[in-house]
Design a protein around this ligand. Structure first.
Ligand code: HMG
Length: 408
């Protein structure tokens, strides 16, 4: 838009021409999700661990957990999620691939480099991995938005990919899972705009971490849930103060969901006690739509918040263009962010309405099969190679990519 303004100074006429660019809208244009073919019923886990099943079904509000065989890692799941949504034109326009993960397969090489090759994205792209526990993909979104602000015609592929494993017979075992979300970020998005307002908070705490010497995270479970909730309430208070907004400015909320019950505690924690029951029920109805997928997948770390978002969009009939969704991202350690998205015109037509079939088509595992599958390690032969090509997991997989071989 060109604005011109006459400035009269000392009898001379100056014309000031100022180009004011309308701020471009940047956000989620496409969103895909991939998970392994296998799941464990949470009641079978309870039975196997001598726990009352209601502790997991009601106490955590979990019903199933996705179980990844050794042939489904963050690269194969991440690339499979992206392959569902990208067309050839997208692959020509992607200038950056960012993977948020805390289940890295290499300390040095970014998983995004493998994914870039598998998807045949044009070569002049930047590929990186971002780590901060479950928060990584949210940082990636912000990085993507900043990049597109300066490179308007570019797209960025953001992938959140993780396998959450706590180990057999640990308190965290009922909160495991595996899966990947892929999001294409570009200007004039077809699903949701990422708005500018956001508040982060960092606390150097030891609630959950996984040092190099340990296969599994070290967790102070109850402390971690307190920190998650306290980070939410303090960050949301700061958000309301800085942006002069309140609950009434939002139409729904999505939370990072290590287990769905924590999301319920989260929504209760941001409601003032005096809020009308009717108003709260409106949010609770949407909350229940946002946990449909998470209940059946478990914690997928970096992708968990975005799976809640996808679940809300695909399972709620009460959303409309312009609705503002509050998003709470939390990564142990800890970094959190409260930000928001606005749904754009026609968003529903860029989603699926049959995704629950994918969940129903998975294979159920017995507790013994789960233990053997989820905790199997890659064992290299003397030459440093490993070949899974005859493995039944590869034949059974519905995903576009699987890990076939490790070659020295
Ligand atoms: P726990 O200590 O074994 O379970 O493990 P509990 O005793 O606290 O019971 C769980 C709930 O079940 C409780 O509900 C019980 O009352 C209820 P609450 O009181 O909290 O509402 N319960 C029952 N309900 C009905 N009938 C029954 C029954 N028995 C009990 N018979 C814990 C729970 C979450 C601590 C554990 O699973 C764990 O350590 N998980 C891993 C850590 C975690 O998920 N933390 C969440 C916050 S941190 C985060 O989100 C980051 C993370 O995603 C990692 C990252 O950022 O990378 C984890």
């Amino acid at each position: 838009m060109i604005l011109s303004k006459n400035i009269k100074k000392k009898g001379l006429n100056f014309m000031k021409i100022k180009e004011i660019k309308e701020k471009i809208k940047i956000g989620i244009d496409k969103i895909g999700f991939a998970m392994p073919k296998y799941f464990l019923d949470i009641r079978d886990l309870a039975l196997g661990r001598n726990e009352n099943e209601n502790k997991f079904v009601k106490g955590l509000m979990q019903s199933e957990m996705s179980i990844a065989p050794v042939t489904d890692d963050i690269v194969s799941l991440g690339a499979s999620a992206a392959e569902q949504i990208l067309d050839e034109e997208d692959k020509k326009n992607i200038e950056m691939v960012i993977v948020g993960t805390e289940s890295g397969i290499d300390q040095s090489k970014a998983s995004a480099v493998f994914i870039h090759n598998l998807l045949k994205i044009q070569p002049f792209a930047r590929c990186i991995e971002i780590k901060e526990a479950c928060y990584g993909a949210t940082a990636a979104l912000s990085f993507a938005k900043n990049y597109i602000e300066k490179n308007e015609n570019a797209s960025v592929l953001v992938i959140a990919s993780d396998t959450a494993k706590y180990g057999i017979n640990t308190p965290g075992e009922s909160t495991q899972g595996a899966g990947s979300i892929a999001m294409l970020i570009k200007k004039e998005p077809k699903i949701a705009v990422i708005n500018d307002e956001s508040i982060c908070q960092t606390r150097d705490i030891m609630d959950f971490w996984r040092p190099n010497y340990s296969d599994f995270p070290i967790v102070d479970g109850h402390f971690s849930t307190k920190q998650y909730l306290d980070c939410l309430t303090t960050t949301f208070e700061e958000y309301k103060k800085r942006y002069s907004q309140d609950l009434t400015d939002f139409d729904a909320f999505c939370f990072h969901l290590p287990f769905p019950k924590l999301g319920l505690k989260a929504i209760n924690s941001i409601f003032a006690k005096k809020v009308e029951k009717e108003e709260k029920n409106k949010f609770l109805e949407k909350f229940h739509a946002s946990i449909v997928y998470g209940k059946r997948v478990g914690n997928i770390y970096t992708g968990s918040l975005y799976l809640s978002f996808l679940s809300l969009l695909e399972n709620c009939d009460n959303l409309k263009t312009g609705d503002k969704i509050g998003m709470y991202s939390y990564g142990s350690g800890a970094v959190c962010e409260f930000f928001n998205l606005t749904l754009v015109d026609g968003f529903k037509s860029h989603l699926r309405n049959d995704r629950l079939n994918d969940f129903d088509n998975r294979k159920q595992l017995s507790i013994k099969e789960y233990e053997d599958m989820f905790f199997e390690k890659i064992i290299l032969n003397e030459e440093g190679n490993c070949d899974f090509s005859n493995n039944r997991f590869i034949q059974e997989s519905d995903n576009a990519f699987v890990l076939e071989k490790v070659e020295n």
